[in-house]
Design a protein around this ligand. Structure first.
Ligand SMILES: *Cc1c(COP(=O)(O)O)cnc(C)c1O
Length: 401
């Protein structure tokens, strides 16, 4: 693949103000102007390189934004205080009263709740569709549709969106294609396949240490400027601003993302293959049994693999809970929501991160009670981890010895 996102990150050279190897942190909410005229120009958006106020932007936030834009191959980017703080302004910037969204039905619970329960208050309505069926997606478009929304690899069912196919539909109907790429940083570069806007929750793999929330919108300069407009920009006016200290710490973690993603993918593939062989119902895009395996193989930058997320079905919620508790007791990971941590994290999405989705809809989309979502950690010896996990499953009667 010609575009290698990790090389783009590596090629960024930032010096601190005293020649530090890390850029200096801007510990200021506001900035002085040498003349009143340059203050006026900055407010009018005409003074490149001038800082106004840290809700608009700060040097530290710009460094991180530039690095993430380089990674996604967009002109620029804007970081936010959380993933939801990136997603909600994008939707509100692109849609007004009377507008319509077509979205994948298997998306992050918070995004689903925002579209399903919050946006209708503003008379913005969403059709939730099976994103893997391009004809169904296209049939859901109405004359008022403005946005086509999906996750590259969906939460929690790990369905794969055909971004190239969706992009053709979006262009034909003059829609913006928004892709949440949180599960697949580096592995997939949605802009190279025609996405208009790429969003990440930095909280997950990109930061990787489960010590902060954060988000980013990667897009054209025109769109990012509209989000940041002091007059009508949803990011600027809703105010979900990242703190500069956090931006600098996330930037340092971003520098090791390629190493971590390779290890997450290596470990997840190992476990998925072995769990499947053992007879567990396992979903992982790297398995030939995954319905979108061939599609995904063609989408990823193979160096970074199929990602760190997999699901298994433990049979029932009761068994799933017993297994997660036992694995935590044996220090194989933590019973916690979120993902992308160096330790394995597991949760039962039906009763946690996807509990916003009504039960009948959960059933309809294949979200079963016994489903456990794993974010596989950076374990050094994955065979050892596998053997210990298998012992837990045998002990609980989920697998036979
Ligand atoms: C976690 C997550 C979000 C929300 O991000 P926060 O940082 O928790 O606000 C959005 N999309 C996906 C796919 C996520 O996993």
């Amino acid at each position: 693949m010609a575009f290698n996102p990790a090389d783009k990150i590596q090629d960024l050279q930032y010096f601190g103000e005293f020649g530090g190897v890390n850029p200096s942190v801007s510990d200021s909410s506001t900035y002085t102007f040498l003349s009143a005229k340059s203050m006026f120009d900055t407010f009018e958006g005409n003074a490149e390189g001038c800082y106004l106020y840290s809700r608009h932007t700060s040097p530290s936030n710009l460094y991180l934004s530039q690095a993430l834009a380089a990674m996604e191959g967009t002109e620029t980017a804007n970081v936010a205080a959380s993933g939801m703080g990136a997603i909600t302004p994008v939707l509100l910037q692109l849609c007004g009263a009377g507008d319509h969204i077509v979205s994948s039905r298997t998306i992050y619970g918070g995004t689903y709740a925002f579209m399903k329960n919050f946006l209708p208050r503003l008379n913005i309505n969403t059709a939730f569709v099976d994103i893997t069926k391009l004809d169904v997606v296209e049939a859901a478009i109405t004359p008022t549709t403005k946005v086509l929304y999906c996750e590259t690899v969906s939460n929690p069912l790990l369905e794969v969106a055909d971004i190239e196919g969706l992009s053709k539909i979006a262009k034909k109907h003059n829609l913006k294609l928004i892709v949440d790429n949180t599960f697949s940083p580096l592995s997939v570069s949605p802009v190279t396949m025609g996405a208009d806007v790429v969003i990440h929750s930095l909280t997950k793999f990109i930061n990787g240490s489960s010590d902060t929330v954060g988000g980013v919108v990667c897009a054209s300069t025109e769109f990012i400027n509209s989000l940041k407009s002091v007059n009508d920009g949803a990011s600027m006016l809703l105010g979900s601003t990242m703190d500069s200290l956090r931006a600098s710490s996330i930037l340092k973690n971003l520098r090791t993302l390629h190493i971590r993603i390779k290890q997450h993918s290596h470990n997840a593939l190992y476990l998925a293959e072995h769990f499947e062989k053992d007879g567990l119902k396992t979903v992982y895009p790297g398995l030939a049994s995954h319905p979108s395996h061939e599609l995904y193989k063609g989408m990823i930058n193979p160096e970074y693999g199929f990602g760190g997320m997999l699901t298994i079905d433990a049979g029932s919620l009761e068994k799933a809970n017993e297994l997660m508790e036992l694995m935590q007791e044996r220090n194989l990971g933590y019973l916690a929501v979120s993902l992308g941590f160096y330790k394995t994290l597991f949760s039962a999405p039906g009763s946690s991160t996807s509990s916003e989705i009504p039960e009948d809809e959960q059933k309809d989309m294949g979200l079963t009670d016994g489903l456990i979502r794993f974010s596989i950690g950076l374990d050094n010896d994955i065979e050892r981890t596998y053997n210990m996990m298998k012992a837990c499953m045998v002990e609980l009667g989920i697998l036979s010895a």
